[in-house]
Write a protein that binds this ligand. Structure first.
Ligand SMILES: *Cc1c(COP(=O)(O)O)cnc(C)c1O
Length: 360
């Protein structure tokens, strides 16, 4: 789509994505297994895989067979690990697509083996109680592991972004479970993005980052910081003066005191600019801050541009960089009490993704 025809779009900076991967790989000092589930957190799994594959990743992580199918159809030949549990009825597709499944439930693993087996990873639950064999019940699966050894074994941290000791406890449980296996699987993995940021060299063989690659991380205390990757932009389509006492948008929650200049931009919650930003978010126009005025609507959002140079057709930035100014995903999410993960994943709704090699 030519720029002139775009009303709202998500710019994805693949150069920044690669630099984030390089920085994280250097810190982890092991190969990466980038998590590109949920369409690479809304950025586009195929584009992300194509950008990262030449860097020599170990493989890619997905959460659904359909996600693996999309990657294979697009010609992605790297290993694909299906980290979420799969169901026996999915096994034919898992095999056809040469996907590596993960198992923690002995009954499902038995069906995998009886159906012909194949490369798999052992999922070990060390405290999340979501998926995987509980570390203290590892004995339940030892015989199957002996008969059909996994290529890898992994666990998942529930609070790696906190310094609360839970990660150390989970690591000990993981180590204990792995030690109870008849053999050490060649590939052990555990760290997500905050796990790598906060620790440095991996304690294991590969690392599984997601969100850092997409520009989210670098909280206080983190030794590495990601570059912004995602920029949500929309055009200014109308501008008006709202006179003293006039209200803006549904519910009339915003009221002008004195005359205010209000710009309407062509993006709303159907483009992933969440309703929660109503009266709380801030956009950038020509690098200057313009607060959201009133509720975000499905297709349009109003900005208070009083004192900000602004004309119909200008580009407003709702997330990401505009010149020197930056709306960081973490900060923007926090303003509306959203998870940065949810914010990113939601951007894939309607706005088309435009891939660049540097912020435009
Ligand atoms: C999503 C996911 C990750 C990546 O987590 P981030 O916090 O985005 O780095 C790693 N491992 C598993 C099992 C996951 O589901």
């Amino acid at each position: 789509m030519e720029a002139a025809k775009r009303r709202a779009w998500v710019e994805v900076d693949l150069g920044a994505l690669r630099r984030n991967a390089t920085a994280l790989a250097a810190r982890a000092a092991v190969p990466l297994l980038p998590m590109i589930k949920a369409d690479a957190y809304g950025l586009g799994a195929v584009a992300v895989a194509r950008a990262l594959a030449p860097m020599g990743v170990w493989g890619f992580g997905v959460a659904a067979v359909a996600e693996a199918e999309e990657l294979r159809t697009a010609g992605i030949t790297e290993r694909i690990l299906l980290v979420s549990p799969s169901l026996p009825e999915e096994f034919p597709d898992v095999r056809r697509l040469a996907v590596t499944p993960a198992f923690g439930a002995p009954a499902t693993l038995l069906q995998w083996i009886e159906g012909g087996g194949g490369t798999w990873h052992l999922s070990i639950d060390t405290g999340m109680n979501r998926a995987g064999v509980p570390w203290f019940q590892i004995g339940d699966i030892v015989d199957l592991v002996r008969s059909h050894p996994p290529e890898g074994a992994f666990t998942h941290f529930h609070s790696a972004d906190r310094n609360d000791g839970s990660r150390q406890l989970q690591q000990e449980r993981f180590r204990e479970a792995v030690d109870a296996l008849p053999m050490r699987p060649p590939l052990l993995h555990a760290e997500n993005s905050p796990g790598i940021e906060r620790q440095g060299p991996s304690a294991w063989d590969v690392a599984r980052p997601g969100v850092f690659l997409y520009g989210v991380g670098g909280d206080e205390g983190a030794a590495v910081r990601p570059e912004p990757v995602v920029h949500l932009r929309a055009r200014v389509v109308e501008i008006r003066d709202v006179f003293d006492g006039g209200t803006v948008s549904y519910g009339a929650t915003w009221r002008a005191s004195g005359t205010r200049r209000v710009a309407t931009v062509s993006a709303g919650y159907a483009d992933g600019y969440r309703r929660a930003f109503g009266n709380r978010g801030t956009a950038l126009v020509h690098g200057r801050a313009a607060p959201v005025a009133g509720m975000v609507t499905m297709d349009m959002t109003m900005l208070d541009v009083t004192g900000v140079p602004c004309a119909v057709g200008d580009v407003a930035t709702l997330l990401g960089r505009d010149g020197e100014a930056l709306l960081d995903v973490n900060d923007v999410a926090r303003v509306a009490e959203l998870s940065p993960y949810e914010l990113l994943v939601g951007l894939a709704l309607r706005a088309p993704r435009i891939y660049t090699e540097g912020a435009s």
